[in-house]
Design a binder for this molecule. Structure first.
Ligand code: SF4
Length: 241
């Protein structure tokens, strides 16, 4: 049995015993935190992040908390400015991102850059771009819930450090993961949600993933409406400052 198969079987057992994140392991590698480690969510309303962005990135690159560490070429921790107006959060690295260790650098990433640019945003000047999962799932499959959960504390720490004014979520997986819902993306997009994390409340907007736009032209118009909505909220907030 491969490590990945062992991981899935073990997690099923762990779900049944309500101990999903305490003690699963393979005989080859222990993927889990120590038994006495804190829960996966390392941040609370009263807990300050202890690490810098670069320290978090180093931990991500060295992470073996789930089996995706075995199949990744490079983890993609995230990139952008350190005091972002907008934090863009996608699903996870694809092939290009895995090769380069950077988020959103393939065709979909180039489209994302154009979409951001159309409303005055850029990873070079006022955005930080990251994913809910930092290592590429094989063949770009959807990440398993156990994998997104194992990875969640990294994103929480990044948000806590970056303190973005707005969060833009790209795609169904990232939206459902962050909002803890199974609602379809068609119902999640088109409106702002107040996202609460680490004692902060951040306006969050969901859009279709740029990869979906590449596959389906019909999604471009509603996505443009969503981007205009974000732009108008950014302008409003500028007027208040
Ligand atoms: S996906 Fe996240 S939890 Fe899994 S190995 Fe990569 S950094 Fe660690």
């Amino acid at each position: 049995m491969t490590a990945a198969e062992k991981f899935k079987v073990t997690n099923l057992l762990n779900i049944a015993s309500d101990s999903l994140f305490r003690g699963y392991y393979s005989s080859e590698k222990n993927y889990q935190l120590e038994d006495d480690a804190p829960p996966q969510s390392l941040l609370t309303a009263n807990c300050s992040p202890l690490l810098s962005l670069e320290q978090i990135a180093d931990e991500i690159r060295a992470c073996i908390n789930c089996p995706l560490c075995e199949t990744r070429t490079n983890a993609a921790p995230g990139e952008g400015v350190t005091e972002p107006l907008v934090m863009v959060i996608g699903e996870g690295p694809g092939r290009d991102e895995d090769e380069q260790g950077r988020p959103f650098v393939g065709r979909a990433g180039q489209l994302l850059d154009k979409m951001l640019d159309s409303i005055g945003l850029s990873r070079n000047s006022n955005c930080f771009i990251a994913n809910v999962i930092k290592c590429r799932p094989p063949n770009n499959r959807d990440p398993y819930p156990e994998e997104t959960s194992a990875c969640a504390h990294f994103l929480e720490q990044q948000i806590a450090l970056l303190k973005p004014k707005f969060i833009l979520v790209a795609g169904r997986i990232a939206a459902q993961t962050l909002l803890k819902t199974t609602e379809p993306i068609g119902k999640l997009r088109g409106k702002f949600t107040e996202f609460e994390t680490g004692g902060m409340t951040i306006p969050l907007l969901v859009i279709y993933h740029p990869a979906a736009l590449l596959r389906n032209e019909d999604l471009k118009r509603p996505t443009w409406e969503d981007l205009k909505l974000l732009r108008s909220r950014l302008d409003e907030s500028k007027g208040k400052n």
